[in-house]
Design a protein around this ligand. Sequence first.
Ligand code: FE2
Ligand code: FE2
Length: 276
Amino acid sequence: MGISGNGDELQRLVKNGYDSMWIHPGQVNKAVVYEKMARLPTIEKELAPAKRIVNIQEVGAAFTKYLYEGEITDSCVKMAEKLSDSLVACISEDPTCIKEITGLAHHDLYTYLHSIRVSAYATAIAIKVGITDQAHLRLIALGGVFHDVGKSAVPLNVINKQGPLLETEWTIMRNHPTAGLERTKDSLLHHITREIIIHHHERLNGSGYPHGLEKNSILPEVQIATMADIFDALTSSRSYQNKRTRYEALDFIKHRLLRSDVGVDVYKGLIECLAG
Ligand SMILES: [Fe+2]
Ligand SMILES: [Fe+2]
């Protein structure tokens, strides 16, 4: 069978146990992605939010791993949308369920788990600051899933480095938003999701990268994702910093980053989710 047939058909074949088929040489990457997407475990929708969010995180980490390793195809974006919809439904039901995932991090899986956690935190904050439209929330959740996808271009020895990075290594690291946008430029991602990819390291006072944007030029959805990203970085164990408890992280943000880096509204939104 040629892979130019439709994706659902191929996924059915894989699920039905066909283990060999002919694929056009130019479509091999896409076929590999289809096959991997079809093999991902499914999310158990009947679980209560507190348990479901952990399940989504596991499935999401496996998915994000593929995202980093392979090509970003339409089947990838569809899977990311499914995942985001599950997150939005789960967190809309109970925003405080994000407490169940705080701080879970295994070093090797850090980046994959990080993306899903940022997605979950951003969705929860968005709900708390008044975004209720599910399609809008989905774009923010998708932003979390894809925000660091440009890190696939950063060598592992830089990502996992113990101790501070050299200036040359920072230069590579700081390029990941631009690299992420480049990797997703042919996909069907919405403008808001793309803005999260390219601008999640911007800061309200203009000290961020890659463009040094100031508050009024940073979309509210991006500011939400940035808050989520910072909170997860502070509460996860990483090679170049010690993990903080969620209270220590909130305290750190309040005294060191509030108003200069992140806005009061998104900070309050985060607190409400964690205190609820
Ligand atoms: Fe990032
Ligand atoms: Fe991040």
